[in-house]
Write a protein that binds this ligand. Structure first.
Ligand code: NI
Length: 191
């Protein structure tokens, strides 16, 4: 395992469409070690998630975990989740406003509208199928990470650039109101 270097906005790898991972490649020790390194890198950077393109590998893998995250203290916890070749299908047109940040976009946050209910189909790290529904704030995290695998960053989805702010200004200007918004979503959707 190793802590990998996280690509920063401007690096072309972040704009690349990731390729699907064949089962035989996924199950190799080398690929399993790469997944372990992604998990280690995410935890080291206190990210809520990390996509393979962010660590310079254009393969369709993302990892997520939220456990009392200091970068996002209001986020509901997400147990360690590894998605390989994920496909997300929105279950309704209902969206919510999510104030997002990204390890590849230093010191910037902005409001992105995300589907509030999704079907997630993917493989787990061993190649077993995942087919589940995710809702609420957690659905926002899934969409952010899977966007990376298409070469899309959250700033591409910020509809009003006037919502962009530094992390310090987020804490000063927006966090209290956003926490209330998150509370309502969690009460309604459970995560
Ligand atoms: Ni990101």
């Amino acid at each position: 395992m190793a802590i990998l270097k996280v690509a920063q906005i401007g690096h072309p790898i972040l704009r690349q469409q990731a390729r699907t991972v064949p089962l035989e490649e996924l199950r190799t020790p080398g690929f399993q070690a790469f997944i372990d390194s992604m998990i280690e890198t995410m935890r080291d950077a206190a990210g809520a998630g990390l996509a393979a393109t962010q660590v310079h590998e254009p393969v369709q893998v993302c990892v997520m975990e939220v456990k009392d995250n200091p970068r996002y203290p209001y986020k509901p916890n997400i147990p360690l989740t590894i998605l390989v070749n994920p496909v997300l299908t929105p279950l309704s047109e209902t969206k919510f406003e999510n104030f997002e940040g990204c390890l590849s976009v230093p010191d910037l946050r902005g409001i992105v509208r995300r589907h509030v209910e999704l079907r997630v189909q993917a493989l787990d790290r061993l190649g077993e199928p995942i087919d589940r529904i995710v809702r609420g704030i957690t659905a926002g995290t899934f969409q952010h990470e899977c966007d990376h695998l298409q070469g899309t960053l959250f700033i591409d989805r910020v509809e009003d650039p006037r919502t962009l702010c530094t992390w310090k200004e987020f804490a000063r200007q927006h966090e209290a109101r956003f926490r209330e918004h998150v509370k309502e979503i969690v009460e309604h959707y459970g995560s």
